[in-house]
Structures are given as C-alpha cells and as structure tokens.
Write a protein that binds this ligand. Structure first.
Ligand code: GDP
Ligand code: IMO
Ligand code: MG
Length: 429
C-alpha cells in the first residue's frame, strides 16, 4: 500500500482536521509529518468541538494508530496538556495508539522565548509567528545542535539540555530580551517525565512495516503550501516543508510509496500573520466572511485575514504537490453572498497579466483579475447529494474544476463531521 497525503493548498486553516477525521475510518494509520503546536486542527462531532495541535486527527477513531513523525517539532508541555485534555473530556487513554518518533525535535521553553525575541526585534516586518518556538527549534535542528525526543531517554539529557539553554541565554542576552524561565522549566521537567509513558519509537520502521503489510496510511499535513519554507511567500512562512515532499523526509517514506495527494482549500482564502495576500478584502465583505466563517485562529485566537479565492496560487500549490484529488471546504460560508469573486490572473505593476506567482510578491503591488459569479443564497444544511446543489453553486464548482483541471471530490458544507458531500471519484472533466 502507498501512503496517502492530505495537505492544505492555501495559508493553513483550510479544514484539514475535519477531513482527516472524516477519512480516518478508511485508514489504519494516521501520521503527522511536519510542523508542531503552531497547528490548530478543529474537529466537530456529536455537538462537541475539539482542537488538536500536535496529536494527529485520527485519535477520535479508536482503531487508528496515530504517529507523530520525525519531521515534527514537539513541545512536551503542550503535549501533556493535549493528552490531559483528551483524557478529561473524552476519557481517552492514548498510551496504546499513539507513537512518537524518537527523531522528532524537542521544543524547549527557551525556543519559545527566542521566537518572541526575534519577532520583537523585527518590529513592523515581523512574521506574525504563533510564538510556539517553531522557527528556533527547526533552526537548531538544521544547525545540528537540537535535542530530539529520543534524547529524553539518555542519562545525559539534563547536561545536553543545559548546554543548549546556555547558548539560547547568550542569544537572548544579545537581543536584550527579559525573561523568567523558572515556571516554564518546572513544567518542562514534569512534561518530559509524562512523555516517557508513551511509546517512543523509530517510527520510520513502523511506517515501512505498515506499508509492507498492506496497511492503509494517511499522512496529515499542517499549515499550508503557501507557508512552505521553500515555495511559500518567504520570509512570511513557517519553517517546515508543508508540501507532499515533506512526507518523505518527515516520516521516512520513499517517494515511490506516496499515493493519493488530497489537496484541501476553502471556497475563499484566509491568512493569519503577515505576508502578501493579493485577494485580501479590507471591506465589509471581508468582515462578513470572517464572521460567517468564524475566522479566528484555532491556536492563537487571532483574527484571520480574509479574501476571495486565488486560482494562480491554488494552481501553484497543486503543481508543487502533485494533487490527485481536490477537497473544497466552507462552501456554506458563502451562502449569504449576493455575488462571489474568483481571482483568475494577477496583473503586475508593468501591466502584464499572468497566472504565475512572481518571486518578488512581497515587494510589488498585485492587482487581482476577477471573474464574478452569482451567489446561490441558499442554506446548504439539508443538501447531501451533489446533483441537488443549487444551480449557481454547481456553476461555481464546474468553473473551478475546468480551470484547475481536476474534479473536486468532496465539498464541505459545515464544521460537523457529517456535513460533507462526496462526489463519485471516477468523475472526469
Ligand atoms: P485546519 O487547521 O486546516 O485543521 O483548520 P482549522 O481547524 O484551523 O480551521 C477550520 C475551521 O473551519 C474550524 O473552525 C472548523 O470547525 C471549521 N470548518 C471546517 N469545515 C467547515 C465547513 O465546511 N464549513 C464551516 N462553516 N466551517 C468549517
Ligand atoms: P494549521 O495547521 C495558519 C502562520 C503564522 C505565521 C507563520 C509562521 O492550523 O493550518 P510559525 O509559528 O509557524 O513560525 O508562524 O505561519 N501559521 C499558520 N497559519 N494555520 C496554521 O496551522 C499555521 N501555522 C503557522 O500565523 O504567519
Ligand atoms: Mg488551523
């Protein structure tokens, strides 16, 4: 069997958590391959809502084995809180069906401080990081001085920790950043002991064995393709490979073993944090989308920036990921709109009209070229079948499919697990 991947095609928060939960019954293993507690994946079912940060979104299906892969940066403090939250709210014991890679990187309390110090120093040009220590932890990984989950089992762990924190303190001093680590370090020590109850494993062996045994595996992306360290709007990106290629390095899966690539996008766009957003709406329409879509961050609670769907960037994301199936989310949020716009091209300052993403997107003014559609203005709650969708919505979907040259396999019409319309996979455009 091959490993299927589900990943965001925009700037994150596309609804990945919901869809992983919807697809999970078809899979025996669900694995996260990158990112960390910067992610906030929301699941809703039976009137309950839950946000996951580091734990894969397969956990609500008891028969699924969940894996935190080597490509992640794991914060033990957040992990302990997440596990305790799941245990209190749902009575779950995850010690049996959650594996953590010994090669995943550890976020230390001082990484969070460094994140804050770097952002503060950037002033107006700050990234708008989630301040979860993501960038500094990946930096230490790449500069070959980071700590990994497996290190917690070493008798030298405290010495390794002290050495790294001493380095961090020097940097914090250089930035003149004031801090008090006492409380956080106390929590960190307790969390490290807590972490040891879980199975810390060389998960690349587990995944490859699962592939050989013919098990079904889903890799769950975090963030989105436009936040990718290489292909996103650098430097306004996260620090990991959010694309399908990240599955190979983040789980130890060979490229030949990657199967379906589910690309998920909202029927409009949102972005949290700084960086270019050509179709951003600064008007009442943007505010209506924000309110109707409850567009407030699942991790930081920040207001999400909102705008129309952007096809040049969507096509770019589909290209670099090799998307094989599309999933469109939050269609219901547009129910109230009299008209709906879709950006088909970018107009550059010299007048050129293009479908390509300019490399200097951060520095130039891009004017989106829009196609306008009539809104369907219909509540979609009771629609469960594609053929019954309002004609205006069907037209909007057909246009997207033609333009993106791929059918849209699922259409999501509400936050709940049940609010999903599945189209026949063999459909061709
Ligand atoms: P993720 O990070 O990609 O998992 O997405 P988030 O959980 O951060 O944000 C998606 C938000 O949209 C969550 O609040 C979901 O409950 C909600 N959501 C998911 N699908 C739909 C949908 O089809 N319609 C509406 N209205 N909300 C949705
Ligand atoms: P999910 O998985 C949306 C954004 C931050 C910031 C930039 C860098 O829920 O889709 P970082 O903390 O990673 O250094 O921040 O990336 N960002 C996200 N935006 N959804 C996310 O995750 C995000 N994770 C990071 O807002 O602009
Ligand atoms: Mg999110």
């Amino acid at each position: 069997m091959k490993v299927d991947v589900l990943l965001g095609l925009q700037w994150g928060d596309e609804g990945k958590g919901k869809i992983v939960d919807v697809l999970a019954p078809q899979y025996q293993v669900v694995a996260r391959f990158q990112g960390g507690p910067n992610a906030g994946h929301t699941l809703e079912f039976e009137g309950k809502k839950h946000v996951l940060h580091q734990i894969p979104s397969g956990v609500f299906r008891s028969e699924v084995l969940n894996i935190i892969g080597n490509g992640l940066v794991l914060d033990p403090i957040v992990f302990k809180k997440e596990i305790e939250g799941l245990s209190e709210k749902f009575g779950m014991d995850l010690t049996k069906n959650l594996l953590i890679s010994k090669k995943a990187s550890l976020i230390l309390p001082s990484h969070r401080l460094l994140d804050a110090a770097y952002e503060q120093a950037k002033g107006d040009s700050k990234i708008g990081s989630t301040l979860r220590g993501i960038g500094p932890t990946y930096t230490d990984k790449v500069s070959r001085q980071g700590l990994r989950v497996g290190d917690v089992l070493s008798p030298n762990f405290q010495a390794k920790y002290n050495q790294l924190v001493d380095t961090h303190k020097m940097i914090l001093g250089f930035y003149n950043f004031s801090y008090d680590l006492t409380e956080l370090e106390q929590q960190f020590s307790e969390s490290i002991e807590f972490l040891k109850q879980f199975e810390l494993a060389d998960t690349e062996y587990v995944i490859n064995q699962a592939i050989n045994d013919g098990k079904t595996i889903l890799a769950e992306g975090a963030q989105g393709s436009l936040l990718d360290i290489d292909f996103g709007s650098y430097p306004f990106v996260t620090s990991s490979t959010t694309m399908a290629a990240g599955v190979c390095t983040g789980l130890g899966v060979a490229p030949k073993n990657v199967g379906e690539v589910y690309g998920i996008f909202k029927a409009y766009c949102t972005r949290v944090g700084s960086g270019p957003f050509p179709t951003e709406l600064h008007d009442e329409t943007g505010e209506r989308i924000r309110q109707e879509g409850r567009e407030f961050g699942a991790t930081t609670g920040r207001s999400r920036r909102t705008g129309w769907l952007d096809l040049p960037s969507l096509k770019y994301a589909m290209m670099v990921n090799g998307v094989t199936q599309l999933i469109m989310m939050k269609v219901d949020v547009l129910n109230i709109m009299e008209e709906i716009k879709v950006c088909t091209h970018y107009q550059l300052p010299d007048g050129t009209v293009t479908e390509q993403i300019p490399h200097d997107m951060n520095d130039i003014e891009i004017t989106p070229v829009y196609k306008t559609f009539k809104g369907w203005q219909t509540d979609l709650t009771n629609f469960h079948c594609y053929d019954e969708l309002p004609a205006e919505l069907a037209e909007y979907i057909s246009f997207l499919e033609e333009n993106l040259e791929l059918p849209i396999s699922f259409i999501s019409t509400g936050p709940d697990r049940e609010a999903i319309i599945h189209r026949e996979a063999q459909l061709s455009v």
